[in-house]
Structures are given as structure tokens and as C-alpha cells.
Design a protein around this ligand. Structure first.
Ligand code: ADP
Ligand code: MG
Length: 281
């Protein structure tokens, strides 16, 4: 499959982001470009070929303004995880474009894409995906070290973030010594360690009981107050109801787009978490 030929189709739709209206860099001060922090244009991903081809994502146009908490819902198999992976550069689109922080990213080379994923995207998965042989603190430090942060700064960031998610006293524990909810809080701290432009979470409460779900939702609420952009895939209506906006997918396409909260509260970006997310090296 030649990606270049397919991607050329998207050329005429390439946009100049400088003049697009948008939320600007509300609450962040990272100097990211104006306009939506995350944008999908005509996004499609096909698995397989010919008669067995599956259009897992099929022509999605989506703008996510800075600071928005967006829930993505829809029945199993409708393409939620595939969409999230495309948005975060874990997978390449068959057609269409992904823009992050005002830059087109779907056509980056492998090294540049890996670098972008590390620095600009924080992933949270249903099954946590922590490194079993590393402590909680080491798991949080790792993406910072990979991004070139000094060991001392990485340690400091990990300690502060673990403190923030309520796990200061578990920093030296292995994942196997933590509950599911605690593991997911470690994963959230890890997702934040490089101050990402967006956090992408795939069924983040899917393995958790209601008390642990509540803890995670409280953390997401703090992320929202701190101006962090968050896209979360969820089956759980209670979780989706906490978002600013819900989009639903059917057969890979956007079926519905409902705003819940129209006024983004970035005023409280001076929360403790806001400080953690905006600190300089
Ligand atoms: P969701 O997360 O909404 O359950 P997915 O994005 O995982 O949906 O899957 C969307 C569709 O793509 C499904 O039909 C699934 O079977 C198919 N699919 C997902 N990943 C692959 C893959 N690696 N190879 C082939 N088909 C896949
Ligand atoms: Mg999924």
C-alpha cells in the first residue's frame, strides 16, 4: 500500500491554520498556534484489502479546541480506539490529515512522529500499560527521560505528579503492588510528565470499580480546570457526562456531536495541577 499516493488526495484540503478561529492558547502559555489544538480532516483508516477491507475510521472531521474535555462514545467496534490512535500518532491514516498544535503531523517521518508522541501526547489506556518491572516513580519518569529531561528534573516531576494524584507513599511500589485505580493514577501522572498538548485516554475507567472511577473523574476534572485538553473514549455514560462535549461514532463516522459545557473554565488554571502542567524546566 503506498501511503503517499493516498495522502496526495488530501492536499487540496490542506488549510492555513493561522486564520482559523479558535480557543488560542487559553490557560497554557506554551506558545502553541491559534486554532484547535487537535484537528482531524477527512480522516480514514482501512484495515485489510479488497473484499475484506474494513473502514474502521471513515471520513472523520473533528476540531478539538484547547482546554476541551471531549468524550468519544459509540458501540464496540465503531472505531473509537482506531480514531484515538490516529489522533495520537500511534497509527497512520489511510486518508486524511491530523493536525496537532497547529502542525500537520500525519505525514511526519517515524523518528519525528515518535518524538512528537513523547512530547506532545499523553496516553492513558484501559489496561494501564505500565512497565511491570519499574516502580511507580520510574514509570512516570521514563517518558521524561526519553524526551531528554535530566534525571534530576524527571525525578522531581514524577514525585510532584505522584503526590498530586495521591500516591506519594506508593512511589517505590511496583505496579503489581498497586490496585487498579492506583495503577491508572500512575498512568495519568505518566501521561502528564511531559506537559502534553493533549491527553488521549481509551476507556480509562473500563477496568475500575465505581470508587476508583470516581477518583479518576476527579483527576480529570482537575485537568480540565488546569486547561489540559483531554479526549477520552468511554462506554460509560456517567463518564461521558462529565465532558464538555460528546461525539459518537457509528461505523467509523461521526454520528452525533453534542456540546454539554459551552463555557470552558480555564480561569482556575492556577490550581496546583495547573502549576504542575505549566512549569518550566
Ligand atoms: P472500538 O474501539 O470502537 O471498539 P476499534 O477501533 O477497536 O473499535 O475497531 C474498529 C474496527 O476495526 C472493528 O471492526 C475492528 O474489528 C477493526 N480493527 C481494529 N483493529 C484492527 C486491526 N489491527 N486489524 C484489523 N481490523 C481491526
Ligand atoms: Mg476500543
Amino acid at each position: 500500500m503506498t501511503r503517499d499516493g493516498q495522502r496526495a488526495r488530501g492536499r487540496s484540503r490542506r488549510r492555513d491554520t493561522d486564520d482559523s478561529p479558535g480557543a488560542g492558547s487559553a490557560g497554557r502559555g506554551h506558545g502553541e498556534a491559534a486554532g484547535p489544538v487537535l484537528r482531524a480532516v477527512g480522516l480514514a483508516r482501512v484495515y485489510g484489502e479488497d473484499e475484506s477491507a474494513v473502514w474502521a475510521v471513515d471520513g472523520v472531521d473533528l476540531d478539538v479546541p484547547t482546554g476541551q474535555t471531549l468524550a468519544v462514545t459509540g458501540p464496540s467496534g465503531c472505531g473509537k480506539s482506531t480514531l484515538l490512535q490516529l489522533l495520537g500518532g500511534l497509527d497512520r491514516p489511510t486518508e486524511g490529515e491530523v493536525w496537532l498544535g497547529g502542525r500537520r503531523v500525519d505525514d511526519l517521518g517515524e523518528r519525528a512522529l515518535a518524538r512528537l508522541r513523547r512530547r506532545a501526547v499523553g496516553f492513558v489506556f484501559q489496561a494501564y500499560h505500565l512497565m511491570d518491572e519499574l516502580t511507580a516513580a520510574e514509570n512516570v519518569e521514563l517518558p521524561a527521560l526519553l524526551a531528554g529531561v535530566s534525571p534530576r528534573t524527571a525525578r522531581r516531576r514524577a514525585a510532584e505528579l505522584l503526590g498530586h494524584v495521591g500516591l506519594a507513599d506508593r512511589a517505590r511500589h511496583l505496579p503489581s503492588e498497586l490496585s487498579g485505580g492506583q495503577r491508572q493514577r500512575v498512568a495519568i501522572a505518566r501521561a502528564l510528565v511531559n506537559k502534553p498538548l493533549v491527553v488521549l485516554a481509551d476507556e480509562p475507567t473500563g477496568n475500575l470499580d465505581s470508587a476508583a472511577t470516581h477518583d479518576i473523574l476527579r483527576l480529570f476534572d482537575e485537568l480540565r480546570a488546569a486547561g489540559q485538553t483531554l479526549v477520552m473514549v468511554t462506554h460509560d455514560e456517567r463518564v461521558a457526562a462529565t465532558a464538555d462535549r460528546i461525539v459518537s461514532l457509528r461505523d467509523g463516522a461521526l454520528a452525533d456531536d453534542t456540546p454539554l459545557n459551552t463555557s470552558l473554565d480555564t480561569e482556575s488554571g492556577s490550581t496546583r495541577l495547573g502549576t504542575l502542567l505549566s512549569w518550566e524546566d
